[in-house]
Design a protein around this ligand. Structure first.
Ligand SMILES: [Zn+2]
Length: 341
């Protein structure tokens, strides 16, 4: 199926929140990892989200070029074409983009969508994230409102973050003093500012102790009840239609009960990167260790072309990552929920 349109994506989000499941959003950096996600989603009959980070996009553009917007467009173009072969909907998102990177990443991608729409073509991406969590809330929301006004004219969904996800992602490390738990007051302010943009859709990454990367069990103290407090506060103040569509970042290694509680409180999207990175690399490591004398030319030997050709091990990695995708779908109660008829 084609990439989810704005209307389909909004329907997907409504369906998830109503039925207490969430869409996994997988970071991809290459054709192979994008194909792994499509395969895993199709095999579980679940719609989902493919996303690209600034670092992943720079990587995809090639080590000599490293242009974020170029890499993101290349991956998106591939997904638009490849997704046609799979019986599920997939939305295309971009991940964390700080204020300093907007002009190099999100804005050129929005401009690309604006050009496409002007010539009658579908949007390039479905949603873009602006991460202003390092800024004071007012500055964060000033930028978010501007973006949302522009997005609403081109049927793009905005994702924002209030509070800070701990840990490190793509070399960006949260400070030790960061606000790891969003407060109901903060989210009321988010609703007050962003709901003033009529006819727009946004997602909120609220933080409840989540940490990017993976840690030993017990390290991460998740408090999903914070999400409930935020939802209760916003519904009390602004009514049911103000209920948030929440995003869960930094969920690797979370207990399944915490994941389910978060989904029950309105998480409709959960980002997954570290776990699929490991699944991918684990399969390659397995191939390399088992075929040591084939992938290497040991002691003047010639090695084995069948072993060092990148295709067989990248295919193993693709399939292993697809299996991890399927696990994520199941954990988020997404299996069989596709809106594809
Ligand atoms: Zn994140």
């Amino acid at each position: 199926m084609p990439v989810a349109s704005y209307a389909i994506f909004c329907e997907m989000l409504d369906k998830a929140r109503k039925n207490h499941f969430a869409y996994p959003a997988f970071n991809v950096t290459s054709l192979t990892t994008a194909n792994a996600v499509l395969r895993g989603l199709a095999e579980t009959k679940c719609d989902g989200i493919i996303q690209v980070s600034t670092g992943g996009a720079a990587f995809a553009a090639g080590s000599a070029v490293k242009e974020m917007a170029l890499g993101a467009i290349s991956i998106a173009e591939h997904v638009h074409r490849a997704a046609e072969r799979y019986p599920v909907y997939v939305a295309l998102n971009t991940d964390h983009c700080t204020a300093g990177n907007l002009d190099k990443f999100v804005i050129p991608l929005v401009e690309e969508t604006e050009r496409r729409r002007a010539s009658g073509k579908p949007n390039l991406f479905t949603a873009h994230m602006f991460d202003g969590s390092a800024l004071p809330l007012k500055e964060n929301l000033d930028i978010a409102v501007q973006l949302l006004e522009r997005f609403s004219k081109s049927a793009l969904v905005l994702e924002i973050e209030a509070g800070v996800v701990g840990g490190e992602e793509d070399g960006v490390k949260a400070s030790a003093a960061a606000k790891l738990y969003t407060t109901p007051e903060d989210t009321l302010e988010v609703a007050r500012r962003l709901n003033s943009v009529k006819g727009a859709r946004y997602l909120l990454a609220a933080t409840f102790g989540n940490v990017h990367g993976v840690y030993a069990p017990g390290h991460v103290k998740l408090k999903p009840s914070i999400l409930k407090e935020c939802q209760d506060a916003v519904v009390k103040q602004y009514g049911e239609e103000a209920r948030f569509y929440l995003v869960f970042h930094g969920g690797s290694g979370s207990a399944i009960e915490d994941i389910h509680a978060a989904v029950d409180y309105g998480v409709v999207k959960m980002n997954i990167d570290t776990d699929t990175q490991y699944a991918f690399t684990r399969a390659i490591a397995d191939h390399m260790f088992k075929n040591y004398d084939g992938v290497l030319k040991v002691d003047g030997d010639v090695g084995n072309k069948k072993a060092y050709d990148p295709r067989p091990y990248l295919e193993k990695a693709e399939i292993a990552m697809a299996e991890r995708v399927k696990q994520a779908v199941t954990e988020l109660r997404g299996a069989g929920t596709t809106m594809m008829k």
